[in-house]
Design a protein around this ligand. Structure first.
Ligand code: HMG
Length: 492
């Protein structure tokens, strides 16, 4: 008897004889089989924005790394963006609802304090697939700022690893509208969109590494949005530094696990980053990706022999804060150190050492962010999607390459994990085309943007006509017991 007869979906190890029978060890790989995106077609151009706010356009283009910020139309919300991404994923893969065992939606743009966003999404999808067609597909809405999609992916991956899935796949959708106050420094880090991720056994794109996923968590107020408030309260510089520190801490834990489990072994003069072929990190804006990589490499390299060569190129010693064990507040208040550290970082990112790694391992993941903006939960996954497409277009062979993920959510938690690109990835990646998938876009004037921002246009007066998409058709009924009820329709 072969155990493989009982688990035909699994990758099988060479057979091991045991008790007169031949058993095969199930070595199940679980990960990302495909991903589909939905980006609203309205956008604000950075030059118009800069002019209206009296900011140098170069600051937005180079200092932040934004050219186009995607904006939701009046009849779009995070639930219909999620449903649109999910429908694309299902249609492209010829999936039927019975193939899906779980559907999770991770968002920080909740529409209801109680009703979960996945229920809205299922309601929309059932307009296409038939009433009740998803009734078996359990799931929840997950919240932890931008990191919750990664927790949702991890939990669903483990649901499959635990063989609770009865051969079914899971869909994790990350969907958000990043909206900040007019005139705030967060305003140029807005965006909107969704990514639907198909998680299954023997995935075609990426298999997650086992037993190395690492999290870090702390009660923080770097960015938060009290109930009922549409825009967040943000401590911008604090949030930047906290992101770097939390991801670095989660990375330290990842490193310890990767070495202990034998996933990666390194020599004394090596860094674990030498064994991570590509990086995909949370991208509130493009420049943050560059900063995160610089912070991580400095942390990883400063004790290695190569550091003396780096320092030679930087042409200054790395500064230390007055109190290296101080709080984030004390470090930020140490203005002398902050200035020197900024100077050092700027010189470090100019070095050949940094640039080689940046171009080879990260640059492709940042391209989508520049033309879409912050997608909160969806940012890192849009970045991963961007990494695949633009590395493929460069002609890189990605098979067997390890991708390291650095996910961050304010409030605050970071998750670091990794996965390996699978032999069949080309099948999926060769048809990726960001511009085609977004579709023809419409630039809105700053006046229209202002009205959209203050919700000054009824959802019946959308700017664009929709085709083959879910839209919001109605909010609330005529009686009090129907208050807040949302109705969506599919425009064929
Ligand atoms: P700011 O006031 O624009 O910062 O706020 P700045 O004045 O330091 O300028 C930014 C960069 O532009 C600097 O470059 C300037 O030098 C450069 P850097 O020093 O960083 O390399 N600059 C120029 N460059 C070229 N030409 C010029 C020029 N002028 C200046 N003429 C900040 C920036 C990100 C703080 C703000 O936009 C903000 O508060 N954003 C929202 C919060 C945020 O995104 N935080 C990121 C970390 S927390 C996170 O990622 C979680 C989050 O996604 C939420 C969640 O988890 O749900 C936000």
């Amino acid at each position: 008897m072969m155990l493989s007869e009982h688990c035909p979906l699994f990758n099988l190890n060479p057979e091991i004889p045991l008790n007169g029978y031949t058993y095969s060890l199930c070595k199940m790989q679980v990960g990302i089989d495909d991903l589909a995106i939905y980006v609203p077609k309205l956008y604000v151009d950075y030059k118009d924005f800069a002019e209206a706010r009296g900011i140098a356009p170069q600051k937005l283009e180079h200092g932040i790394g934004i050219k186009k910020m995607a904006l939701a139309d009046t009849n779009q919300d995070p639930a219909c963006m999620a449903a649109n991404a999910c429908l694309k994923l299902m249609q492209r893969n010829h999936l039927h609802p019975k193939d899906i065992g779980r559907m999770y939606v991770a968002t920080e743009s909740a529409l209801d304090e109680s009703k979960a966003m996945n229920s809205f999404v299922i309601g929309m999808l059932e307009q296409v697939y038939g009433e009740g067609s998803f009734e078996h597909a359990g799931g929840i809405e997950c919240k932890f700022a931008c990191v919750s999609g990664s927790y949702a992916l991890y939990d669903n991956t483990n649901w499959i690893r635990a063989e609770e899935n009865n051969g079914k796949a899971a869909i994790v959708i990350v969907s958000d509208i990043a909206k900040y106050d007019i005139g705030s420094s967060g305003e140029y880090t807005q965006g909107a969109g969704a990514v639907a991720i198909l998680v299954k056994e023997n995935p075609r794109i990426l298999a997650f590494d086992k037993k190395v996923t690492s999290t870090i968590i702390k009660n923080e107020y770097d960015f938060y949005r009290p109930c009922g408030k549409e825009t967040p309260l943000v401590n911008g510089n604090y949030s930047n530094l906290l992101y770097l520190i939390q991801v670095r801490k989660a990375f330290d834990s990842y490193k310890e696990k990767a070495i202990r489990t034998g996933l990666i072994s390194i020599k004394d003069d090596e860094s674990i980053t030498d064994y991570i072929d590509l990086f995909s990190v949370h991208l509130p804006y493009r420049k943050m990706g560059e900063k995160a990589l610089a912070y991580l490499l400095r942390h990883e390299w400063r004790h290695l022999p190569r550091w003396s060569y780096v320092i030679k190129e930087v042409a200054m010693e790395e500064p230390l804060p007055k109190d290296p064990r101080g709080t984030i507040e004390s470090i930020l208040a140490d203005t002398e150190f902050m200035k020197a550290d900024e100077k050092f970082r700027r010189a470090f990112v100019q070095t050949s050492f940094y640039n080689e790694i940046f171009e080879k391992k990260m640059a492709s993941s940042l391209q989508a962010s520049t033309i879409i903006g912050n997608l909160y939960t969806a940012s890192m996954y849009m970045g991963f999607r961007s990494l695949l497409e633009f590395e493929y277009k460069k002609g890189t062979d990605l098979e067997a390459k390890r991708v390291g993920f650095g996910s961050y959510g304010s409030g605050s938690s970071a998750m670091v994990f990794s996965g390996v690109i699978q032999p069949q990835y080309k099948e999926i990646v060769k048809r990726m085309n960001l511009e085609v998938e977004i579709g023809p876009r419409k630039k809105v004037s700053m006046e229209e943007y202002g009205k959209l921002h203050e919700n000054g246009i009824s959802f019946n007066d959308s700017i664009l006509q929709t085709n083959k998409e879910f839209i919001l058709a109605k909010i609330g009924g005529t009686t009090a017991d129907k208050a807040g009820l949302r109705e969506y329709i599919y425009i064929n």
